[in-house]
Ligand binder design. Structure first.
Ligand code: SAM
Ligand code: DTB
Ligand code: SF4
Length: 318
């Protein structure tokens, strides 16, 4: 059971989460499934679509990311897309069943004139009747306030890994920088989408450390993306050892148990996963996915494949 540091709110220590991750698989799955159906309909999956509105040439050095300027991926850096082009993509995503449209930019943090354009995108997507999400790097409280005014529902900003392993992956911004952005976003009244990546050479303690940190934020994130590293040639992590699919399911289950009311998103990495592994993730409490042929710069599971999988499993869009 979680320790209770504050009378009203259970907090999870790393040891608590490590103990969950080490449970016999049937015990872990049973606990995750039980918690899942207490708070959600286990047959419903929230569908988000991603669009890279500003691709490549990023000054940060995130070791996993094909968009870092230092990565030798041959990816062409683009300018911020036009508002109308983005809105056309959002309309198409809505027609294909997405309820949330997530826009990502390869920035360390947005410049004020770029933020104005993003605010127009947010209000335009909102006017289509979709939920809005953006991920733009670090934000100040004032920038968070502007996005909130434009109608932003969610801000995605990941902690990526444990505080201890973080320095092996990124050196150009600190863990505390990320926590500060999350605080600014939370204070502005925007929902938080925050998770991490597994399969970056981290160990079980790091996975526990990431989940314990997420679950012990002042409020847990409303949405928790669990990404399996997409190992891209030309990035420092291109040769990272793949995570065992059962260990990946364990991380999803532990996220579900430690953050019972959050949407747990089976995010990057689905393209390389078998149907069986994805099915176990949905059983373990994953209830959100990215839908569409592309994530930001890499391939996603295809739309027909997802439709067939949902049909086989009796799942439907929330
Ligand atoms: N530049 C902004 C930032 O980093 O905050 C927003 C975009 S960034 C691409 C969003 C998230 O995508 C990262 O925090 C990371 O968790 C995830 N990501 C990036 N490259 C990935 C990869 N190769 N595999 C899995 N997840 C990845
Ligand atoms: C998140 O946690 N995963 C998404 C989204 N938030 C922005 C991004 C995944 C990116 C995978 C690599 C790429 O396509 O460039
Ligand atoms: Fe830049 Fe975001 Fe990629 Fe890091 S993850 S290099 S900040 S685009």
């Amino acid at each position: 059971m979680p320790e209770s540091h504050i009378a009203t709110k259970p907090r999870w220590s790393r040891a608590d989460v490590a103990a969950l991750l080490a449970l016999p698989f049937p015990e872990l799955l049973f606990r995750a499934m039980s918690v899942h159906r207490e708070h959600f309909d286990p047959t419903k999956v929230q569908i988000s679509t991603l669009l890279s509105i500003k691709t490549g040439g990023c000054p940060e050095d995130c070791g996993y990311c094909p968009q870092a300027a230092g990565a030798e991926t041959g990816l062409k850096a683009n300018k911020l897309m036009e508002v109308e082009t983005v809105l056309a993509e959002a309309r198409a995503a809505k027609e294909k069943g997405a309820s949330r449209f997530c826009m990502g930019a390869a920035w360390r943090s947005p410049k004020d004139h770029d933020l104005d354009a993003v605010c127009s995108m947010v209000s335009g997507v909102k006017a289509l009747g979709m939920e809005t999400c953006v991920t733009l790097g670090m934000l100040t409280p004032a920038q968070s306030g502007k996005l909130k005014e434009a109608g932003l529902d969610y801000y995605n900003h990941n902690l990526d890994t444990s505080p201890e392993y973080y320095g092996q992956i990124i050196t150009t911004r600190t863990y505390q920088d990320r926590l500060d952005t999350l605080e600014a976003v939370r204070d502005a009244g925007i929902n938080i989408c925050c998770g991490g990546i597994v399969g970056m050479g981290e160990d079980e303690t790091d996975r526990a450390g990431l989940l314990a940190t997420l679950a012990s934020l002042p409020e847990p994130p409303e949405s928790v993306p669990i990404n399996a590293l997409v190992a891209v040639e030309g990035t420092p992590l291109a040769k990272a050892e793949k995570i065992d699919p059962i260990d990946f399911v364990r991380v999803v289950a532990a996220a579900r148990i430690t953050m019972p009311r959050s949407y747990v998103r089976l995010s990057a990495g689905r393209e390389a996963m078998t149907d069986e592994a994805q099915a176990l993730c949905f059983l373990a409490g994953a209830n959100s996915i990215f839908h569409g042929e592309k994530l930001l710069t890499t391939k996603n599971a295809t739309v027909p494949h997802d439709e067939a999988l949902f049909e086989k499993l009796g799942l439907s869009a929330a």
